[in-house]
Write a protein that binds this ligand. Structure first.
Ligand SMILES: *Cc1c(COP(=O)(O)O)cnc(C)c1O
Length: 462
């Protein structure tokens, strides 16, 4: 063994303590350092180190060269995209994931798969899903949507008497995927799956809304020759609008389609009694996407995908090889997702659910919703700013009251980036910004700071 590597092995507990101290220091300043550091030139690239210098030297180099350039995205005023942090228990679980370094793919190597199955069961309870849904962990909602739509593709094949998994997507002929306001990752998934981005047909939404118009969806289904795929949206990123999932599911009485629901963060409305009705009908989905690195507040990267047709899922993703054995009733995880080897991704989710339970996670969701409401109210009162849409759940979509050109809106975003990070959007043809609340640390005090910074910068620009 290399002498430096051997020395690191001998001092491993000490090095882990040093790493713990570095992590604790980074977390201690999360709420006070710039949310996004000023964009400077990246440091000049270094060439590959030739000789070993050990973990302590790597810690020092990371601390000097890269740490100051990282955003405080785990902190309370990073409101861009839809971004969660990591609860203390989730972080602990994530550290132990790396320490145990499991590849929990098959029943041959210990209890990792069973831990994942237990965690999936807890998530099913959290979101009120029935036992008909089986689930697996994947890296994010994009991969969850891709997996769900891959199962949908195989279902289309079943209806048409072919198998895309065996014969390729071309065996299906033209496919129609109907959706009102789909997330960008749906087009990406269709591209990856060989169905093509052009298979996505936009169905009109209700007036002034991002929720699909069920009557328009029914007309689109009637116009579709043969079976179709419907992507329902439970929580759009701009205005957190929800399709009427029960109404969509009811259309199956008259039309033949696979119902995939993208509930990446919207599924968490089920935790708030006041908003749980938005997720009514979620269980009727044939496949379902829920992100965990957003509102469950586990570290990247983690999501779950559920389906009622695990048989079709295994047909798509089976990884048959002599040493892996037959699939059986509980297929090894290697046969259920695009990945073969993967980390014991479930452990961070297991930890946070074990530590805080339904009540703890409900409190996070309700506090984030209250924060979004409070920011919405504050911005509405500010004459320099205006809301682009009502605050339906945890996102505030807003812009400058006067002349919201893309340039002026970008200037507003940049002016506040050290204090509060928000991301650009276009809503109803108007350039705007989104503030999305999904971090467990965020409080009303952060809302006050965000509102003050945005108001002051907007007046400066006006
Ligand atoms: C975030 C999001 C996605 C994509 O999620 P990733 O985790 O970034 O892959 C898909 N759909 C919706 C509605 C989202 O909010």
């Amino acid at each position: 063994m290399d002498r430096t590597l051997a020395a690191d092995l001998a001092r491993l507990p000490e090095l882990l303590d040093a790493t713990r101290a570095a992590a604790a220091e980074a977390l201690a300043t999360l709420a006070t350092r710039p949310v996004v550091p000023p964009t400077g030139e990246p440091p000049a690239p270094e060439s590959l180190p030739e000789r070993a210098t050990g973990t302590e030297a790597a810690l020092a180099a990371f601390h000097d060269r890269w740490e100051p350039r990282l955003s405080a995205s785990a902190g309370p005023r990073y409101l861009g995209f839809v971004t969660g942090g990591a609860t203390p228990a989730a972080l602990a679980g994530d550290w132990l994931t790396a320490a145990h370094d499991q590849n929990s793919n098959s029943a041959l190597d210990g209890g990792g798969q069973d831990l994942e199955r237990e965690t999936v069961g807890w998530l099913r309870e959290l979101f009120g899903l029935s036992a008909a849904h089986s689930g697996t962990f994947v890296s994010g909602a994009t991969m969850s949507n891709t997996t769900g739509l891959a199962i949908a593709r195989e279902w289309l094949g079943e209806r048409l008497g072919v198998s895309p998994a065996e014969d390729g997507a071309a065996a299906l002929g033209p496919v129609r995927v109907l959706s009102g306001a789909p997330h960008s990752s749906i087009g990406k998934a269709l591209s990856v799956l060989g169905l093509g981005r052009a298979s996505l047909v936009r169905v009109p939404t209700l007036p002034g809304r991002e929720a699909v118009d069920p009557a328009a969806l029914e007309r689109a289904l009637a116009d579709t020759p043969g079976p179709a795929v419907v992507v329902a949206n439970a929580g759009t990123v701009n205005t957190v609008d929800f399709d009427d999932l029960r109404a969509i599911a009811a259309l199956r009485e008259r039309h033949d389609f696979w119902l995939h629901t993208d509930a990446a963060f919207g599924a968490f409305a089920a935790l708030s009694p006041e908003h749980a009705h938005l997720t009514d009908g979620l269980d009727a989905s044939d496949s379902l996407c829920i992100d965990l690195h957003k509102w469950l507040n586990v570290p990247y990267d983690s999501a779950v995908q559920f389906t009622r047709r695990r048989d079709l899922q295994a047909r798509v993703f089976q990884n048959s090889a002599a040493y892996l054995g037959p699939l059986g009733d509980h297929p090894d995880l290697v046969h259920l997702t695009p990945e073969n080897s993967h980390r014991l991704r479930a452990l961070a989710a297991w930890f946070t659910l074990r530590a805080y339970g339904r009540q703890g996670h409900r409190e996070i969701v309700e506090r984030d919703i209250a924060c979004a409401r409070a920011l919405g109210a504050a911005l509405e009162e500010d004459p320099a700013l205006t809301l682009l849409a009502p605050v339906r759940l945890n996102v505030v979509c807003f812009t400058l009251a006067e002349a919201p050109t893309p340039e002026r809106v970008a200037a507003l975003r940049e002016a506040v980036a050290a204090e509060v990070f928000v991301t650009p959007t276009v809503y109803g043809g108007t350039a705007g910004l989104r503030a999305a609340f999904s971090n467990w640390r965020t409080t009303e005090d952060d809302v006050r700071r965000a509102a003050e910074a945005l108001g002051a910068a907007a007046r400066e620009i006006a």
